[in-house]
Design a protein around this ligand. Structure first.
Ligand code: HSE
Length: 315
């Protein structure tokens, strides 16, 4: 059996701008780390979960197949080493239920660590379906817009095909683009945030999103940050989900006042994101958004990050 292998995968911002279930980007951190070794038992075992005590209290001691890292690892084994088992060690760097792609980071790190034990040359594209199984367990849907950027890095668009098939298109990352994520101190479960979405949306809203999507792609390709800022709005999910985030409007207003290009909900929330043209703006925007939540007696934490182009990887 192989030596232990360790892989990392970072936080992600899904539903970027008008790209509900389509566009996501990869942050430089925080990251989840999974160490794996293969066994001959045919079972997946989650040996240990480490990280902040409240996270360990929720995830520690669970069956491996109740954990997205374990489910993604099992999917890799079923595909590439049927009959084998694996022992996993998970170190959680991401908060749970945050809108920062916590389940995706565990899924991707789990899939990569086990894959590295089986065959270090397995291409990431072949692991993508396994990472979505982890997401399916955690959120009730294998939505791709967190696992794709966590696996491939950069800014990606997920093109949904027949059934659950998804093709990944990598988009350009403008020079110097910075991301601010601010997580207020409460949780929103992705399944709950999906439950508030309507089955149908007004045609006018769909048309607005389509226009913004075209503008956003052009803006990324041409380093046009002004255009990018105009194209970060969303009419498909945000109008229904913002009521799950007390302080949402104030935080957006504070971000724009502090010269963010645009702001919105990160994934299914409650974290919010803002894009900024440089690090100084990003630091000011982070402070402004945290203060906006604190004015409502809601504690909040900010992450200021560039966009990671490498994606999940073995360390
Ligand atoms: N696209 C997913 C959703 C992202 O909004 O439900 C979850 O982080």
């Amino acid at each position: 059996m192989c030596a232990r292998k360790t892989a990392v995968a970072a936080a992600t911002v899904a539903n970027l701008g008008p790209g509900f279930d389509v566009l996501g980007l990869c942050l430089e951190g925080p990251r989840d780390t999974v160490t794996a070794e293969l066994t001959a038992t045919g079972r997946i075992e989650l040996v240990d979960v480490s990280g902040p005590s409240e996270v360990v209290a929720r995830l520690g001691g669970a069956d491996a197949l109740d954990n997205c890292a374990g489910v993604a690892a099992r999917a890799v084994i079923e595909a590439f080493a049927p009959g084998a088992g694996a022992r996993l060690w998970l170190d959680k760097g991401l908060p749970l239920g945050s809108g920062l792609g916590s389940s995706a980071a565990s899924s991707v790190a789990g899939a990569l660590a086990v894959a590295a034990c089986i065959d270090p040359n397995l291409p990431k594209e072949m692991l993508f379906p396994a990472t979505r199984e982890g997401e399916r367990l955690a959120t009730g849907t294998p939505h791709p817009d967190n696992v794709a950027p966590a696996l491939f890095g950069g800014i990606v668009a997920c093109l949904q095909g027949e059934g659950e098939s998804v093709d990944i298109v990598t988009l350009p990352v403008p020079r110097g683009l910075m991301v601010v994520c601010v997580k207020p101190d409460f949780e929103v479960k992705t399944a709950d945030a999906r439950a508030v979405l309507p089955k149908e949306v007004p045609l006018g809203d769909a048309v607005k999103n389509l226009g913004m999507m075209a503008g956003l792609v052009k803006a990324l390709a041409s380093d046009d940050l002004r255009l990018l800022g105009r194209c970060l709005d969303d009419r498909l999910a945000t109008p229904y989900r913002k009521r799950l985030i007390p302080g949402y409007e104030d935080a957006v207003e504070a971000a724009l006042k502090a010269h963010a290009l645009g702001a919105g909900i990160s994934g299914s929330g409650p974290a919010m994101f803002a894009l900024c043209g440089d690090r100084d703006d990003a630091l000011a925007v982070a402070d402004a958004m945290v203060e906006a939540f604190e004015r409502r007696q809601i504690r909040a934490h900010a992450i200021v990050s560039g966009i990671d182009r490498q994606g999940g990887h073995v360390v």
